[in-house]
Each structure stands twice: as C-alpha cells, then as structure tokens.
Design a protein around this ligand. Structure first.
Ligand SMILES: [Zn+2]
Length: 132
C-alpha cells in the first residue's frame, strides 16, 4: 500500500466514515491540536469534547489494524492552563482542613462536614435527638 492511498483512506473531514472529522497525519487544520500540543502553548481543552482525530498507520504499536489515532481539540475553545502556585495549594489544603473541623465539638471529624448540617454527624445527631 502506498503512502498516498493510506492518506486518502484517512481523509474524512466531515466524519461521514469515522463519526468525527478525520485527517491523515499532518493534514489536520492548524487550529486543531492534541492535548500535548495545547499544553505546549499553555492551553488546556477546557471541557470541550474531542472534535476531530488524525489517523495513521504504524508498525511500531499493536494498535487495531496497525492504525493509531490522536484526538484533537479546537484551539479556539481552549482555555489557559491553570497552574496553582505553592501558596494557592497551601491555602486550598487549609481550607479543606478547616471544613473538617466541627464548630460545635471542635474536633477534626476526619471528613469534610456536610454543608447542609454545618456540624459533624455526631453533633448533628445530638441536635436532632434533642429537637425531637
Ligand atoms: Zn461535632
């Protein structure tokens, strides 16, 4: 099989054959990038689904039929990568720890307190019993 035939087989910009728009290796539109390519530009997919793929034949991997796929995202829908600083990480850890401490008995409940109770389960049970 020649390289040209293989390329034609993977040329499906409408997704009629493969379900999503598909191009041969190196022929996808420039605004469609893999996660790794997005990351290299300081971007992340940002919740968007895979919008397209590139397919190519490879003898190096045991992919089904010797065909490999790379999934592509639209750079125009991508968002900046958020890298938390050490300070933000520490603040987040503290916030989570604070949400485990019961304001009534002042113990670390060992779990994040249920928001609708606002206290640990032991204290919540006592309140309910008292109220009944
Ligand atoms: Zn408590």
């Amino acid at each position: 099989m020649t390289r040209r035939r293989s390329s034609a087989m993977f040329f499906d910009p409408t997704g009629a054959r493969y379900g999503i728009p598909t191009w041969p290796w190196r022929m996808a539109p420039p605004h469609l990038l893999t996660v790794r390519q997005l990351a290299a530009r300081g971007l992340r997919p940002g919740g968007q689904p895979v919008v397209a793929q590139v397919l190519w034949r490879s003898r190096r991997y045991n992919a089904p039929g010797g065909i490999r796929a790379a999934y592509l995202y639209d750079e125009r829908l991508a968002l900046p990568k958020r890298v938390p600083t050490d300070r933000q990480r520490a603040a987040l850890g503290k916030a989570l720890a604070a949400r485990r401490v019961c304001p009534d008995c002042r113990r670390d409940a060992g779990y994040v307190l249920p928001r609708h109770l606002g206290v640990c389960l032991d204290c919540a049970t006592e309140v309910e019993v008292t109220a009944a």
